[in-house]
Design a protein around this ligand. Structure first.
Ligand SMILES: *Cc1c(COP(=O)(O)O)cnc(C)c1O
Length: 391
């Protein structure tokens, strides 16, 4: 069974303002589903940004136990954290090398850089590590439409010709990234696939990888040899306007620090949002410093006038709306409709979880689940569920 590094435990439960529970069983079920959808390709796992905020150590260990053999991170230090949990896996680093000094991190962790530019290629040729059969192992990112990272098609062709002559760098994986995969009908998807296939043909011995979570739902040729699911593993719906096929993984709960009565005509929080009826407030000890975005305050925040509906919590079978502005460490919920005796100080209100889907909360905050998950922060008591048990 996965063991949890004490550092991953988060805040002391006796005093934490909120609780983050990560269901590793749901994570593994989501990986299994994405691996099936990826067949005949191999499903890797994207665990950048500390596994989308949920803890790379436990997440990677659970995925290794499920048979995942390839991981992707954004930065070398994230790669070292993955190496600690996956001694035998292939670990790819998307953002490549910015400097020759970076090469030592790659050597230490036996990390494989994704080379994105001419500079990356030169640094790796001079400073890459050798592992016997594969000198200077690397992947190559080719540009097909994102214009974010990756070698241009022209440079890729020149590289392929040079390599055919010198064998200086032999990429084992060619990858590119889809700009519009969450919109299946978008013409960009097919255009990118076609340019990608043409570039992969220049490296017949390398594996190919194009699909992120949403790309896997495009299926067929988009699957290539290796898929790169990220957000779907963590429970978010990868495709717009469909029912979410993934299981929720993260549950976030806020602890009630105080219950207070505000009479009609009173005001709450910064900016003095008016209260129009006699209101029972639950003051919870989490706020935007815990990733519960201030923009979830709804029309109480000038930024969000266009979207009057703010975020809601969930407690005792009911949605309870955020009232007034979300502050750094505290958020107020209107719990009047639950009745005067339903809640006590110390009780928990669900912010994200089975009842409050991460995608809905993100939408109420004017953002996407990726941003919500990766900003949850360090102040929660953390729990991991594995094999039906809390570990
Ligand atoms: C983050 C990332 C992924 C994973 O994307 P999801 O939408 O989270 O599945 C895949 N490939 C690249 C290059 C990425 O940056």
């Amino acid at each position: 069974m996965t063991s949890i590094d004490p550092q991953m435990r988060g805040a002391d439960p006796r005093v934490a303002g909120g609780r983050l529970t990560v269901d590793l069983d749901a994570l593994v079920a989501n990986y299994r589903q994405m691996a099936e959808r990826s067949t005949p390709a191999e499903a890797a796992a994207v665990v950048k940004a500390d596994a989308y905020g949920l803890g790379a150590g436990p997440v990677v260990a659970a995925l290794v136990a499920e048979g995942c053999r390839k991981f992707f991170v954004a930065l070398p230090e994230e790669g070292l954290a993955v190496r600690a949990a996956a001694p035998d896996a292939e670990i790819y680093v998307f953002n490549g090398l910015f400097s020759p000094e970076a090469a030592s991190f790659y050597r230490e962790g036996r990390l494989i850089p994704v080379l994105n530019s001419q500079t990356d290629l030169a640094i790796w040729e001079a400073h890459g590590w050798d592992d016997g059969d594969t000198p200077r192992p690397c992947a190559l990112h080719v540009e097909t439409g994102m214009n974010r990272l990756g070698l241009t098609p022209e440079r890729t062709r020149i590289l392929a010709q040079e390599n055919a002559l010198t064998g200086a760098l032999t990429p084992q994986l060619i990858l590119s990234h889809l700009a519009c995969a969450d919109t299946p009908a978008h013409p960009m998807n097919r255009q990118q696939l076609e340019s990608f296939q043409a570039l992969c043909a220049l490296f017949p011995d390398a594996e190919s990888s194009l699909a992120n979570s949403a790309g896997i739902f495009l299926g067929g040729e988009f699957l290539c040899d290796v898929t790169r699911p990220g957000v779907s593993l963590y429970g978010s719906n990868p495709v717009n306007d469909t029912e979410n096929p993934m299981q929720p993984v993260a549950t976030v709960q806020a602890r009630i620090a105080q219950l207070r009565q505000v009479p009609a005509g009173g005001t709450v929080s910064y900016g003095a949002t008016p209260v129009t009826r006699d209101t029972l407030l639950a003051v919870t000890a989490t706020g935007y410093a815990d990733g519960y975005h201030r923009s979830g305050s709804g029309a109480g925040v000038p930024l969000r006038n266009a979207v009057p509906q703010g975020a809601c919590g969930f407690v005792d079978g009911e949605r309870v709306p955020v009232i007034g502005r979300i502050t750094m460490d505290l958020t107020l919920f209107d719990v009047t409709d639950l009745g005067p005796d339903a809640l006590q100080v110390g009780d928990l209100i669900e912010l994200i979880g089975h009842n409050m889907p991460v995608d809905d909360v993100a939408m109420a905050c004017g953002t996407i689940s990726y941003e919500l998950l990766t900003s949850l922060g360090r102040r929660y008591e953390r729990h991991y569920v594995h094999g039906g048990d809390r570990i």
